[in-house]
Design a protein. Sequence first.
Length: 271
Amino acid sequence: MEDMSAYPLRLEGPDVPMVRFMNVTKRYGSLTVLDSLDLDISEGEMVTVIGPSGSGKTTVLRMLMTLETINGGVIYVDGKPLTHMEKNGTLVPADPRHLRRARADIGMCFQHFNLFPHMTALQNCMEGPVQVLGLPKAEARARSEELLDMVGMIDKKDQHPARLSGGQQQRVAIARALAMRPKVMLFDEVTSALDPEVIGEVTNVIRKLVSEHNLTMLMVTHQMGFARDISDRVCFFYQGKIEEQGPPEELFGNPQRERTQQFLSAVKEAG
């Protein structure tokens, strides 16, 4: 059993990050997917994770969404433990109730849009605020319409997902996640299921979020040009660790580690 006394019950001080992975390990049987990961993401920062398949990129997002349990370490969101809770002055693994409450601060957009097929775009956006946050329907409608307008989908608010293109569905999915007013927004390969001609629709929405909203964002993508364009910091993952990280112009323009250089040149050739 890990000694939890080394982990604070809360993060205190003026520079507390919005997200902190503290010595986080994730294993599937004998396979270590994340190996003692330390990663801080500041409030309002846009961090992009890149790396080869199997490097642990999506696992980072899944653990933040509490879709995976961790085998070691602690994840904190806004100074409070996400994966653990306090009991008798020490941290113990979080129970489902704590996870549900903590998860409310986190929004996620997946590669596949996961919209409710029997609901219109507007109903999809209203569902969470009404059912989970307890917002009055009129307030949830106003919030949802404002967000659908922001992602350029207000004219399609009464359409069901089957009547929308992939790019349109993904933009509704972003509005739906934002309707919950998350502190942290996660994007997992949100353009990879889309036709090339509509990728711009979605990347433009994310660009707008970055420039106009002080949201903390973590994105996994294989689109290097987009990552370079939009990120405050890029982390290159390899074998469950951060091999190299830095501002995009440095990491893409002058990578220091051999593995990063190999990966970026392979991506360039493939593209």
